[in-house]
Each structure stands twice: as C-alpha cells, then as structure tokens.
Ligand binder design. Structure first.
Ligand SMILES: O=C1O[C@H](COP(=O)(O)O)[C@@H](O)[C@H](O)[C@H]1O
Length: 244
C-alpha cells in the first residue's frame, strides 16, 4: 500500500505504511535491493548507507535474501558510535553481524575508522572525522540510497537535538562530523545533513507507537529540536518513509 503524502513540502515523499515491523523489513529490503539493482545496471555499482541502533536488524536480514550483485555494492554507515568495533554498541559490529553475511559478505564495507585514538578529546574527534572523510572520499559519490532510522528524541543518523556540535552536523562541508550528545554514552561520528541530502534517495524507517508520535510531530514543520524534521521538510532529495 503506497500513497503520496499530500501534507509533504518535500519534492517527492512516499509514505509506505506496513502491517507490522516484519512486513516493513521485507518491503524496505525489497525497495533497497531494487534501487541497488537499478544503480548497478545504470552505473555498474551501488552505494548504500545504513543506520545502526536496534531497528535495522530485521531489514538487514531480509536484505540478505534479495538478489543483488553484492560484489558491486559499497556499504557504509550513516553514523557510528566512537567505540571499538568489538564493543556491543558498535554500529560496525551490527552491520558485520546482521548484514554482511552470506551473499552480502562480498559487498565492500567502509567503516568510518579501524581504530580509535587513545583519548577522545575534541581535537582527536576532529582528526577522526577528518580521517573518515578521507576514507569515504574513495567511494563513488553520490550515494544511491541512505536508510535512516530515528530515535525517540527525533535524532536521525547521529544528528542529535540540543547538542553543541549540531551546527556542524547541519551545515558541515565534509560528509562526516562528530557529535558528543549529552544524553548518550558515546561520542558519535555522523554523516552531515548536507551529505545525507546529497544522496540520490533517502528512506526513513519508523517503528513503534512512540516513534510514530515523534514522526507526526516532526511532520508539522521544521524544528531543530527534532532533527528528523529537516529531512522531512526539504526539497533536494526524494524520500520514502516506512511506517509500522
Ligand atoms: O543511535 C542511533 O539511534 C538511531 C535509532 O536507533 P534505534 O536503536 O532506535 O533503531 C539510529 O538510526 C542510529 O543509526 C543509531 O546510531
């Protein structure tokens, strides 16, 4: 069931309500796979950015079943927690465990970093973000599709509200910047809003009643206290929203 959301001020916003989280995962995985196949047909390769956290796991596992020439696909994260890759909160660990399995293991995964500096001072995070920018520069830009999630505070990627580094994340020139959100355990690296909006297409996945209420609030208008609203109310990038 697809429908055009007639409240939208975006250039192109499609809303896809699903019956439950499992159906959402299946439908979104099919959509991602279709876009990657199209990209491979037209350009010979596909670039997919994915979110971390808990919500994407079911979609990742569905994606493994989709027919895609994974050796022609590059995968990156939209954000990462500044923890070692073997830490339970690592988004890289999540992607390795739940997405880069079976046929998807032949995709090229580009993490933001391999190792962390011994201390995460502001200058060390500046250097880490700069190094991530160099790594990502090796990818064929623009990205074909970025699949976003959203936290209950309205953050998307690691663009958190009420955070000192928010201006960098909203207006930064490099694709990657860092945040130290007061409400989270770890500093973050994140793609900036301009980098996300430079993607050929965005998909936003929202599950659960609490997140749905935040989404409805963000739909009302641009509000920096709900950063996801800046993705919803923009005219640059086609966006699909997947709701369950
Ligand atoms: O911290 C993060 O939060 C959001 C939402 O995570 P979820 O666990 O509620 O699904 C996620 O989109 C982001 O990538 C992640 O690092």
């Amino acid at each position: 069931m697809d429908k055009q959301d007639d409240l939208t001020p975006t250039l192109s916003l499609q809303v896809h309500p699903a019956g439950n989280a499992h159906e959402l995962a299946q439908q979104l995985a099919r959509h991602v796979a279709r876009r990657l196949r199209e990209a491979i047909t037209v350009r010979g390769h596909g670039v997919l950015a994915v979110s971390g956290g808990k919500s994407p796991v079911a979609m990742f596992e569905q994606l493994q079943r989709q027919p895609v020439e994974w050796a022609r696909v590059s995968v990156l994260l939209v954000d990462e927690r500044c923890v070692p890759h073997d830490h339970p909160d690592s988004n890289t660990a999540l992607v390795r465990k739940h997405l880069l399995q079976g046929p998807v293991a032949s995709a090229r995964f580009v993490p933001f970093f391999d190792h962390l500096p011994p201390t995460l001072s502001d200058s060390a995070l500046d250097a880490l973000a700069e190094s991530a920018n160099h790594r990502l520069a090796a990818l064929p830009w623009p990205m074909d599709l970025a699949v976003l999630g959203m936290g209950e505070d309205g953050h998307t990627a690691s663009i958190f509200p009420r955070t000192p580094g928010l201006a960098r994340a909203l207006h930064g020139s490099g694709p990657v910047t860092w945040q130290r959100p007061p409400a989270t355990a770890h500093a973050r690296l994140t793609l900036t809003l301009p980098a996300l909006l430079a993607t050929r297409e965005l998909a936003l996945s929202i599950t659960g009643a609490n997140k749905l209420a935040v989404y409805q609030q963000a739909r009302l208008g641009v509000d920096e206290s709900l950063p996801v609203s800046l993705v919803l109310h923009q005219h640059l990038t086609p966006l699909s929203v997947w709701l369950a």
